[in-house]
Design a protein around this ligand. Structure first.
Ligand code: ADP
Ligand code: ZN
Length: 291
């Protein structure tokens, strides 16, 4: 049985794991995301001691994920300035001399959901994380979408919900989904953390109106067979019925499919018990080894 390594490279912490080809995780460790020159050698060493056969990395973005891009495996422009233009993949490839798969954190989470989770067995899947930011992983015909960069569908323009005068929290956009609906926007708009607002219906009415705009747009653009919604904010599961109904309303009856007729099984919560990212990275490593 091959030994596969996985990294979920996040802005605050790095999760490392070891698993086999069947994605049984045997070991896991977390370290804080400090500066690359400190953080990367620590991770390289951790994997070196464990003699892995391949590695999969899911990284925070923006990052270059297209293997044809000369910057492949590098973090690009990011508010975490120490990481700008950092080659995250290269050191593992050189030091460990094993195949290294590389993609965004949300693309690997999408892979995790499509192989093991709520979208198991499907090949056209969107995974949306609604947390500190809003990110989308996109799988089309079994392949994770790369192209010019990767999807940044959390930053689509949304229509302001009537009565909501919140100033968009995104430094780039006037009224984008992330700026209006990610966790920090909820906190700023209401002066409390999301989990403290659980009983306030108005909060989730506005929130679900924004999320539904994203979901409806993704359905129209990507034609997914399932949409999986994860991230801290979606722990407010009472929002699911509202997101589903508002999405259908926005679609206006234009699309008629068995999937949309069964909306409760079409727009669904994440299904890997919070492990979609690390399981997806493991699967990415396994696929890299198979190549
Ligand atoms: P990250 O996006 O940083 O990986 P999370 O997905 O956990 O991490 O998202 C963190 C965001 O989700 C924070 O803004 C937090 O306030 C919000 N959040 C976490 N738990 C809940 C909850 N139970 N209800 C509403 N919002 C929550
Ligand atoms: Zn934005």
């Amino acid at each position: 049985m091959a030994k596969i390594g996985a990294i979920e490279a996040g802005g605050t912490k790095m999760v490392m794991a070891i698993g086999d080809e069947k994605s049984n995780i045997s070991e896991r460790e977390e370290i804080p995301t400090t500066e690359p020159k400190e953080c990367i050698p620590k991770m390289v060493e951790w994997f070196r001691l464990r003699n892995i056969d391949a590695l999969g990395i899911g990284a925070f973005g923006p990052t270059a994920v297209n293997p044809k891009d000369p910057r492949f495996g590098h973090i690009l422009i990011t508010p975490k300035t120490a990481w700008i233009n950092c080659d995250l993949r290269g050191p593992f490839l050189r030091e460990l001399n094993v195949p290294v798969g590389y993609d965004t954190d949300v693309n690997v989470a999408c892979l995790g959901e499509a192989v093991f989770g709520a979208a198991k067995g499907l090949s056209n899947v969107i995974y949306v994380t609604i947390g500190t930011g809003i990110g989308t992983g996109v799988m089309i015909e079994g392949n994770l979408l790369h192209g010019m960069l990767h999807a940044e569908a959390g930053h689509i323009h949304v229509e302001r919900v009537p009565g909501d005068d919140f100033k968009c929290n995104c430094p780039y956009h006037d009224c984008c989904l992330e700026g209006m609906a990610a966790g920090p926007a909820i906190e700023k708009r209401w002066g409390k953390k999301g989990y403290e607002l659980a009983g306030n219906d108005k909060v989730w009415d506005i929130e679900s109106s924004y999320i539904a705009q994203g979901v409806a747009t993704y359905i129209l653009c990507y034609s997914p067979q399932k949409i999986v919604l994860g991230g801290g904010v979606m722990k407010q599961e009472q929002m699911f019925p509202q997101v589903r109904q508002k999405t259908l309303k926005l679609l206006g009856g234009y699309l008629v499919t068995p999937e949309l007729d069964d909306i409760d099984n079409y727009i669904v919560p994440a299904g890997c018990g919070g492990d979609q990212g690390i399981l997806g990275s493991l699967e990415l490593g396994r696929r890299e080894l198979e190549k």
